[in-house]
Design a protein around this ligand. Structure first.
Ligand code: ASP
Length: 326
């Protein structure tokens, strides 16, 4: 009887503990960490900080951005995958979440099974840019120049799997010219070197390049959107500059570690939706050449479908290129 009783109370205790972990009543009761898998000051960081600021107001708790850069975003994603699934650690990552699943032979996490989904955030166009005093004056000139100076020209990126890496690879494959790449922990520090003239060219999101292009501190050759952008009316599309098939959009999503209580995810999702209609966020996104995802896409289901679809889309492309990271 005693044994039965203690077994019973152990079961009851376990059930109570399980209930506590499976629901998050009163959530959030303390600050939330939003991991950005790239360095501070870059495009992913910019998007995350705008969203986090708005979510902090809505949730009544600070959403603190933590930059965990390196290895094309896989270190930060790995940090979140192994965090406690309690709703207090979230990840804001971009398309690299999908491409790294194939690009990296060894990942510390299983991309499709290590996360829960909160929703899509935004899709950002890229720009092909260079240091201010780089000789070529337009995209055609750039292509000719890099073809004849291929051992000299350096291309910055944020590591294998980063958007800048994918865009740079696409550029090199379209012009059939491999170039010397320089990896950074994010395109924030890469931009610092581009401004300082230590590196020649970069393909990066408008969320990092628009202000610099407008201010004339870097040179812009093309945007990767199908049409020119209102904020950069003088920058031609890649197609106008002679590179057809060069449309790249960098989608971003918010994830939590697998096993996060459903009501915490629901609160995060409602707050993300509010952030993406916050006038300040919408206006700042517009100034940076982007817009929030449509409300119907700010859902766990839409992000999951996007991730699955994008892993399938990029897998054969990456396998055909045959370039992997160990
Ligand atoms: N999003 C950038 C990239 O993929 C990196 C960054 O956000 O710093 O290149």
């Amino acid at each position: 009887m005693t044994l039965f009783k203690s077994l019973f109370s152990a079961t009851a205790l376990a059930a109570t503990l399980f209930a506590a972990s499976a629901s998050a009543e009163g959530y959030p009761e303390r600050s939330i960490t939003m991991v950005v898998p790239f360095a501070a000051g870059g495009p992913t960081d910019t998007v995350a900080r705008l969203v986090a600021e708005s979510m902090s107001k809505d949730l009544g708790q600070q959403v603190l951005v933590e930059n965990v850069g390196g290895a094309g975003g896989t270190l930060g994603a790995g940090r979140v995958a192994s965090s406690e699934p309690d709703g207090y650690t979230v990840l804001l990552h971009h398309i690299g979440m999908a491409t790294s699943a194939t690009l990296y032979r060894k990942l510390a996490y299983d991309t499709l099974n290590a996360f829960d989904y909160v929703g899509l955030v935004t899709e950002v166009p890229m720009t092909i840019v260079a240091r201010k005093d780089f000789e070529p004056t337009d995209l055609k000139g750039l292509v000719e120049y890099v073809k004849t100076n291929k051992d000299k020209v350096t291309v910055a990126n944020a590591g294998i799997g980063a958007a800048s890496h994918l865009c740079g690879m696409l550029f090199m494959s379209q012009i059939e010219t491999p170039l010397v790449t320089v990896p950074y922990k994010g395109t924030g520090p890469a931009m610092t070197d581009l401004l300082g003239g230590q590196v020649d060219i970069m393909c990066d999101q408008t969320t990092n390049t628009t202000k610099q292009i407008q201010g004339g501190t870097i040179k812009a050759y093309a945007v990767t959107s199908p049409a020119r952008l209102d904020v950069l009316p003088d920058v031609p599309t890649a197609a106008e500059g002679g590179l057809t098939d060069f449309q790249v959009g960098i989608w971003h999503g918010v994830y939590t570690p697998k096993g996060t209580p459903a009501d915490a995810i629901a609160k995060l999702n409602a707050s993300l939706k509010k952030a993406l209609t916050d006038e300040n966020v919408v206006a700042r996104f517009a100034e940076l050449g982007t817009a929030p995802s449509a409300d119907a896409d700010v859902t766990p289901e839409a992000l999951k479908a996007k991730l699955e679809g994008e892993i399938a889309r990029w897998k054969p492309v990456i396998e055909a290129a045959g370039q992997y990271a160990d």
